[in-house]
Structures are given as C-alpha cells and as structure tokens.
Design a protein around this ligand. Structure first.
Ligand code: KIV
Length: 271
C-alpha cells in the first residue's frame, strides 16, 4: 500500500516527496520508549513527542506547565526506541516566544540532548524570527497553526479555529510565511476542512491535519486518544481504534482477583 514502507529512515525530504506523489503521511505522538517502539515497528512515518505529554503523561489540565527538561527526557526515551520514523519534538511554552536566541538555545538543547530530528513551534508571524534563527542553525522546523493549545488562555476554549474570514486569511498567510522561511511541514489543528484543503493546496510542504479534514497531506492523533487509553476525551475528529482503557482495567481486575483467590502464582509460576 505504501511506496515508502521499506524506507530505512524517514527524512524531511521523503515527506516532501510523499506530498508530491500524493502519498498520505501518518503521524502519532509518543512520549516513552515502549510505546515509541510499538508505533515505530508498526510503520508510522513521523513520531511527535508532543507537549501533550503535559496532559497525557503528567495529568496537567493544559500543555503550559511542561518544561524543557521534561520534554528532553520524553524525547530521549522515544529516540532510543525508534529506528525508522522521523522524530519531532515540541518546544514547550515559554522556551521560544521570548526571543529568538532563547528559541535557538532551546532547540539546540533538544537536538543535542535527545537526538531527535527536528522541532515544532506553535504560531505564525508572531514567532517567525525564532523559526528563522532555529532554521539557520540547520535544525528542521515544523509549524503548527489553527488551534494552538499553548495559547488556550488567549482563545478561552478548544473550539474550532479560523471559522471567520479574518482568522482564516491570517492562517493562510502564516502557512505561506512558514513555508517561505524554510519549515519542512505544518500541523493544522481543528480548523474547517475546506480551509485546511486550501492551505494544503497553497503550499508545497506537507500540511498534516488533526481535526482538519481529509484533504490534508497526512494525519496526526495523540496515540493515547486513538488507542482509547484516555476514556473521557471524545471530540468529533477522533477515531478510536481500540478501547485500551477497558482492556487494561479488565486485565488488572483479573490480576487482582487471581491474587485474592490464591490462583496467582501457581506451581509453574514459581521457583
Ligand atoms: O502536543 C501534541 O500532541 C500536538 C498534536 C496534537 C499535534 O501538538
């Protein structure tokens, strides 16, 4: 099904080629060694060490609290597991918006200390100086437009973005600006499918969607959401491929029952 299945290592150049050849790009998040190994072996193209680790791994309400050191810890665990996928890491809130030198230093720390292959930043024209400085150091950068969770306190809610013309026009201009500055790809989060299609058509770099319709060049989901580990997050855009919450609680329940009844361990499970 995929022409790129046997590629030994996915690079940003291969992602460009995939877009040019109309092959959809698959992307999922991972934050730890074991999950990254499964996802990579299953053949995913891109692994995102997202700052959604702040919610999924640490239980924070937003992505804002996660630190650069914590992101490096997650990213290096993922990198140790991955053989084929391109590994991209989110620059966390507060490590790139202040000034472009701080942004470059944050990106360099991620690349040097985790061994990842690139970084992702949220925003358009407001952060373009940081994007350009990071790119000038030879670090691949991915943009992120639409619903940018690090700005949740500005937006006030997680509803669909860019439904009005003014915001849609700025998003389109930002996508072109990010492409012109040298970004290798852009995440489009929770925007109308028609707008995402227009953006994807207007740029030559891949536009990867999450809640942005089927006309993007690829799709990304948070792995814990699509595996159904996270039981109480059910937005319309999410397709759940499993109900691991139920599977795991069932297994844990059986384990508890077997201990209480004295069934575990049996004669063959001891020395
Ligand atoms: O942090 C994250 O998981 C993300 C994805 C939702 C794109 O940025």
């Amino acid at each position: 099904m995929s022409t790129y299945k046997d590629v030994k290592r996915i690079t940003t150049h291969i992602l460009h080629e995939m877009k040019a050849k109309n092959e959809k790009i698959s992307m999922l998040t991972a934050y730890d060694f074991s999950m990254a190994k499964i996802i990579d072996n299953a053949g995913i193209d891109v692994i995102l060490v997202g700052d959604s680790a702040s919610n999924v791994m640490a239980g924070h309400e937003t992505t804002l609290p996660i630190t650069l050191n914590e992101m490096i810890y997650h990213a290096s665990s993922v990198v140790r597991a991955v053989k084929r996928a391109l590994v991209i890491v989110d620059l966390p809130f507060g490590t790139y918006q202040g000034n472009s030198i701080e942004a470059l230093n944050s990106a360099i720390r991620i690349m040097k200390e985790s061994g990842a292959h690139g970084v992702k930043l949220e925003g358009g024209s407001e952060i373009i100086e940081s994007v350009e400085r990071i790119l000038s150091a030879g670090i691949p950068v991915m943009g992120h437009l639409g619903l940018t969770p690090q700005s949740i306190y500005k937006f006030g809610t997680y509803v669909v973005r860019a439904k009005q013309d003014e915001e849609a026009e700025k998003l389109l201009a930002d996508a072109q600006l990010l492409e012109n500055s040298g970004c290798f790809g852009i995440i489009l989060e929770k925007i109308p499918a028609q707008l995402a299609h227009k953006v994807a058509k207007s740029i030559s770099i891949p536009a990867i969607g999450i809640g942005a319709g089927g006309e993007c060049d690829g799709q990304v989901l948070v792995s814990h959401d699509m595996l159904g580990i996270n039981n109480d997050f059910n937005p319309r855009f999410l397709r759940k491929y499993h109900n691991l919450y139920q599977e795991i609680s069932g297994a844990v329940g059986s384990y508890i029952k077997d201990i209480k009844s004295g069934d575990f361990p049996n004669d063959k499970e001891q020395y």
